[in-house]
Design a protein around this ligand. Sequence first.
Ligand SMILES: CCCCC/C=C/C(=O)SCCNC(=O)CCNC(=O)[C@H](O)C(C)(C)COP(=O)(O)OP(=O)(O)OC[C@H]1O[C@@H](n2cnc3c(N)ncnc32)[C@H](O)[C@@H]1OP(=O)(O)O
Ligand SMILES: NC(=O)C1=CN([C@@H]2O[C@H](COP(=O)(O)OP(=O)(O)OC[C@H]3O[C@@H](n4cnc5c(N)ncnc54)[C@H](OP(=O)(O)O)[C@@H]3O)[C@@H](O)[C@H]2O)C=CC1
Length: 284
Amino acid sequence: MVAPSRIFAPDLLAGQVIVVSGGGTGLGRAAALELVALGAEVVVCGRRPEPLEETVALAGERCRARVCDIREEDDVAAFVDWTLEQHGRIDTLLNNAGGQFLAPAESITPKGFRTVTRLNLDGTWLMTHAVATKAFIPAGEDGRARGGKVISVTLSPHNGLPGMVHSSAARAGVETMMAELSTEWARFGIRCNAIAAGQFGTEVFMTKYPQEMVAAAAGQVPLGRLGRPEEFAWLVAYLASPAGDWFSGATLTLDGGRDHHVGPWPIEGSRDAEGRPLQEARRA
Ligand SMILES: CCCCC/C=C/C(=O)SCCNC(=O)CCNC(=O)[C@H](O)C(C)(C)COP(=O)(O)OP(=O)(O)OC[C@H]1O[C@@H](n2cnc3c(N)ncnc32)[C@H](O)[C@@H]1OP(=O)(O)O
Ligand SMILES: NC(=O)C1=CN([C@@H]2O[C@H](COP(=O)(O)OP(=O)(O)OC[C@H]3O[C@@H](n4cnc5c(N)ncnc54)[C@H](OP(=O)(O)O)[C@@H]3O)[C@@H](O)[C@H]2O)C=CC1
């Protein structure tokens, strides 16, 4: 059985149906487990069945899985139709599936750029559009649009991650997509927000990138450490809950202060003997 939440009441999300793309690993799995612990019915998707099955085994009977490549329109339509057949409704979509490769901009080929924007921007759009048109916009029993929530994962720092021009551009597009839709789809009761994730110590983060960069990552975070997947999961749960009902069009940056980091502080040459930042003398 999934462990109880350390933060929220166990029935916070009871009755909700929540879709988590990329729910077989890392941040997506952490979110899926927390949402199940809070009473939600969760449906996870991804390209590989094995990690999805592991999430289901950890989460228990309130979690289901189906393979879906979010870049493929037909796959996405079939996944959303299947979810609605199983549950009859969707309350929240967590667009978490995504990723990129690290490479200097000048060496990224047109195909490489397309690969990353197709996954992060087009894939997020396909999922968002399918869930909105099939589950959120159609009228419920009261004759009104059912509404729902879209939460999309993006990237901090917002001024771009060197070596990730494709993903930086795609995630900026997703944030604008969420902001734009928060106006257009407010008439259907749809809330759209982004979580700009800083660096989290997930398995893929720790193993995929050059180890020198991984080792240096925490040192670029003002709070001095990587994020923990459960910290991401808690923010997702909060937004999915009634406490999140008045958030729409927002980008919530969850990064230990990384977005505003300009280098180490105190800066080199501006520390006193104890390593504290220098302070100007008061006027006499
Ligand atoms: C320390 C850095 C801070 C990091 C902050 C962010 C962290 C995270 O996001 S951690 C989580 C990351 N998770 C993932 O990235 C998972 C999903 N990623 C993937 O599936 C792949 O990385 C993908 C995005 C490249 C997509 O995979 P796939 O569709 O299978 O694409 P291919 O491998 O077939 O490649 C297609 C195309 O892309 C170019 N390319 C791929 N890898 C590289 C590379 N290492 N360097 C340069 N170019 C690359 C290339 O053009 C490929 O085509 P071909 O050359 O014909 O193979
Ligand atoms: N960890 C970090 O520091 C940061 C992460 N992020 C973003 O947060 C999200 C989760 O990251 P994290 O958990 O660390 O990374 P993971 O690589 O573990 O998660 C990515 C998930 O997306 C799924 N996925 C990838 N491509 C597709 C696709 N075409 N269709 C469906 N599912 C797909 C993967 O499953 P499968 O391969 O089976 O398809 C995987 O479960 C990603 O979007 C990531 O880029 C953003 C900032 C920082």
